[in-house]
Design a protein around this ligand. Structure first.
Ligand code: THU
Length: 133
């Protein structure tokens, strides 16, 4: 799948987000190795810290459907600029999708900024540390 198309899916996913407190809509589209797409929008909670970001919604939907291998995730937001994934989402992407995944950010002009997760999260913590115990 072309990354411009994946970015369009992230923009569409944004419309299903539920952010009544921040009113900041984020959409994510996660592409699996077999070219399936899982969408997510951020879901906020009145107990604010229970909010789940769009990226994690998409990843958990895919994992819970049995997907394990991923190529890319596209992220769109209400900001005019690019919306990079938050620190918590970077760690979840690292653990569940791997550092080689492409992270595609799309701005409101529909321009793309593409980085490897390894560029966004250098020196990651991972399960290699835990397996030594
Ligand atoms: N948010 C995301 O969904 N993804 C990000 O990468 C950054 C932040 C959400 C969380 C919260 O609902 C709103 O944006 C404001 O922080």
């Amino acid at each position: 799948m072309d990354y411009k198309e994946l970015a369009e899916k992230a923009i569409k996913a944004k419309s299903k987000a539920l952010p009544p407190y921040s009113n900041f809509h984020v959409g994510a589209a996660l592409l699996t190795e077999n070219e399936k797409i899982y969408l997510g929008g951020n879901i906020e909670n009145s107990s604010y810290s229970l909010t789940v970001c769009a990226e994690r919604v998409a990843v958990f939907k895919a994992i819970s459907e049995g997907e394990r291998k991923f190529k890319a995730i596209a992220i769109a937001s209400d900001d005019t600029g690019f919306c990079p994934p938050c620190g918590a989402c970077r760690q979840v992407l690292q653990d569940l999708c791997g550092s080689d995944i492409d992270v595609i950010m799309v701005n409101q002009k529909k321009e793309l900024k593409i980085l490897k997760l390894s560029e966004l999260l250098p020196l990651p913590f991972g399960d290699d540390k835990l397996k030594k115990l």
